[in-house]
Design a protein around this ligand. Structure first.
Ligand code: IVH
Length: 665
């Protein structure tokens, strides 16, 4: 029969192997399968069992180390001093307990806390020597990390040079903003790649790649929170160190506060819990550190974490639930999105019953079947996502994409190179409804009051069959609708009227061209300044705009090659919408920032044509060669400009090479 002691030993072994598994998933594979909160619960249970039964303690227990193993493929380097993690406080009471321990240990001494946001990213140490960035090392297992200097150099918020020549080290968090994360996943979806589950994983995946070019494209950010010399804090106050880092040119989160006591600290925690969704990056709590370094030294460390700091964790934004069904939704561009119907579950205080599954490939990647238990995650205001399958159902049902549109019955198609399946019927009621809601939404034409309920009625009564119809609506027509009084009808007509003045970029994004979201619409408006130009330019010229690749350019062409859309454009013009804007002075395009000089006679192009092409790609074309010239494009009979370029060591290229750089070989 099992004794109490042997069943405890058994539980300890079980917990260790579970924790080890999850650490491997999290730190090595960047693919966690349980939430941080669940992981913390396991670790705590183990810690408490080991504490009450020290006879079972072992040097290889996960409680005795601080992280996971570094991956193969990078040079491994020792940290100047261990990069520890923090103990957690999961609620206010635990934070007060922490404060009480501090007070007990410091006796009568007054003390202060520095409160910082706990960024949900990846910690990294960056060393500076002789005023230059010398090495960047990921946390790894806290003792040994991976050298990622070349990748770190691509992070713009990290200075390459600083005004301090003595060697020092900074430690901080590498993150990716929500915006950059959404863009990255949109791009991956377009390219048919698997999607990152959350910003943290994508930051980790972007930092730990062997090709720094990939890191550069990902727009990582780095916010620092430690300033060390020889692995030790070099100032007497943590707050002062942060300000010193700011002076040196580092990004230190401005949302930090010196707190005189635990009450002020709790206030800070609550304040940012409220604001969590409106921050441009993800946070999962607050880190509180004792400000005085001598006091930090006095408090010291446990085997795993400092006694002078704590992580106050916010409620987890993930939860587990069952997928009861999978539906498909027809979007405004006709793309079908599978949506998981979930057993209601609270995720960070909000009840969630639907989660997006993006596309068929994503379902396959997750290995998801109807009936499975999944982890759902919510970040900011965006639609919740299914992140992983936690338990397979014994009688799970596979999901198949329908062959016909569930709304209009048209045959669905999968366009070449696309992951999404589409309904191509522009008159499909689902598309119409969604496209009008999109057009009227706050970030597009901002027609207040034109929400789902009203659009449903307008579409059902055939009062609106495309977005231009909105501008022909009469107050009496609205008044005749359900739940619509005179006052509100009048207001809505006014709001529709007001939307005629929205800037060009909003109109472009309102058209619902595939792959043209707000950002691309803004770039198109700034680059070309004219909707008619965008509607008629050939694909190659559209590609001269920054971030507009062949796929986006082709989608724009496809949209404007449809007579129905051209007719729509004419009606929108007649309704008085904004079709033009000034071209932004700041040039955009693949050659932005380059200055070319043209000389001599070219084999195929006229000088003016070459100039126009370079300018369309964002380059400047200047009349004379100077040190600022990027390259001289020289044709036959080039004269003094060629001599000058040679004298200054400026690169000289021919027409073919110029076309090559323009992407037109
Ligand atoms: S201090 C010994 N400050 O949270 C001190 N950490 O569990 C350890 N983090 O590994 C770090 N924001 O990746 C600190 N302002 C902040 C932080 C922060 C995020 C992360 C960091 C660390 C983990 C602590």
């Amino acid at each position: 029969m099992a004794t109490a002691a042997s069943s405890i030993a058994l539980r300890i072994t079980e917990l260790r192997s579970q924790i080890q598994h999850h650490e491997h998933q999290y730190y090595v594979l960047d693919a966690p399968v349980i939430s941080d909160a669940q992981y913390d619960t396991l670790l705590r249970e183990l810690q408490s069992l080991e504490q009450s039964h020290p006879e079972f303690q072992s040097p290889d227990s996960p409680t005795q180390r601080v992280g996971g193993k570094p991956r193969e493929g990078f040079v491994k380097l020792n940290h100047s001093a261990p990069m520890l993690s923090l103990d957690n406080a999961l609620n206010e009471a635990e934070l007060r307990d922490f404060d009480r321990r501090i007070r007990d240990l410091l006796g009568d001494e007054p003390y202060r806390y520095v409160a910082e946001l706990k960024l949900d990213g990846l910690s990294m140490a960056v060393h500076y020597e002789a005023g230059r960035m010398a090495r960047a090392i990921t946390r790894g297992d806290g003792i040994v990390g991976e050298e990622v200097t070349e990748n770190a150099r691509t992070i713009r918020s990290l200075p390459l040079r600083v005004s301090e020549s003595t060697a020092f080290e900074t430690r901080g968090e590498t993150i990716i903003s929500r915006h950059a994360f959404e863009r990255l996943n949109d791009q991956r979806e377009q390219d048919g790649l698997s999607l990152y589950a959350n910003p943290r994983n994508s930051a980790a995946g972007s930092l730990r790649v062997l090709d720094p070019g990939i890191t550069a494209a990902r727009q990582l950010e780095y916010m620092t929170y430690f300033y060390l010399v020889d692995g030790k804090p070099a100032r007497d106050s943590h707050w002062d160190s942060l300000n010193h880092l700011v002076d040196l040119g580092f990004k230190v989160n401005p949302l930090r506060r010196l707190c005189a006591n635990v009450e002020e600290l709790i206030e800070f925690c609550n304040e940012f819990d409220q604001q969590r969704d409106s921050l441009p990056y993800e946070i999962d709590g607050v880190v509180a550190k004792i400000d005085s370094i001598p006091q930090q030294q006095k408090l010291g460390y446990t085997s795993k974490a400092p006694r002078w700091a704590i992580a106050y964790k916010y409620a987890a934004r993930d939860a587990e639930t069952v997928v009861e069904d999978i539906l498909v939704q027809v979007g405004r561009t006709g793309a079908l999105t599978p949506v998981a119907v979930l057993k209601d579950v609270k995720v960070g205080g909000v009840t969630v019953s639907r989660a997006t599954l993006h596309n068929e490939d994503e379902i396959a990647r997750l290995g998801l079947q109807i009936g499975d238990t999944v982890k759902v995650e919510r970040s900011g205001d965006v639609i919740p996502k299914v992140v992983s399958v936690v338990a397979k159902a014994s009688n799970g049902k596979p999901f198949y994409m329908p062959v016909d549109c569930p709304v209009c019955g048209s045959k669905l198609v999968k366009l070449e190179g696309e992951v999404a399946v589409r309904c191509l019927n522009v008159n499909c009621a689902a598309r119409l409804q969604q496209s009008i809601e999109h057009f009227a939404s706050r970030s597009v034409m901002d027609i207040d009051g034109m929400g789902e309920a009203l659009v449903t009625q307008l579409v059902a009564q055939k009062l609106v069959q495309n977005v231009a119809d909105l501008y022909d609506l009469k107050q009496e027509q609205l008044e005749a609708l359900e739940r619509m009084g005179r006052k509100s009808a009048e207001k809505i007509i006014q709001n529709i009227d007001g939307s005629r003045k929205r800037p060009l970029a909003r109109l472009i994004s309102g058209l619902g061209i595939s792959f043209v979201g707000q950002r691309t619409a803004q770039i198109l408006a700034d680059t070309f300044g004219d909707l008619d130009k965008i509607a008629t330019l050939p694909q190659e010229q559209l590609q001269a705009a920054e971030e507009v690749g062949p796929k986006v350019a082709a989608a724009i062409r496809l949209y404007f090659s449809d007579d129905k859309n051209l007719a729509l454009l004419e009606r929108l013009r007649a309704a008085g919408l904004t079709f033009t804007q000034e071209i932004k002075g700041k040039s955009v395009g693949p050659l932005a920032g380059f200055t070319f000089v043209l000389t001599g006679t070219f084999p195929t192009l006229k000088r003016e044509e070459a100039k126009a092409m370079l300018e369309a790609a964002g380059a400047k074309v200047s009349g004379s060669v100077s040190k600022k010239t990027s390259a001289l494009v020289a044709g036959e009979d080039a004269g003094s400009k060629l001599d000058k370029a040679k004298e200054l060591g400026i690169e000289v290229i021919d027409e073919a090479e110029m076309l090559n750089r323009l992407g037109n070989p």
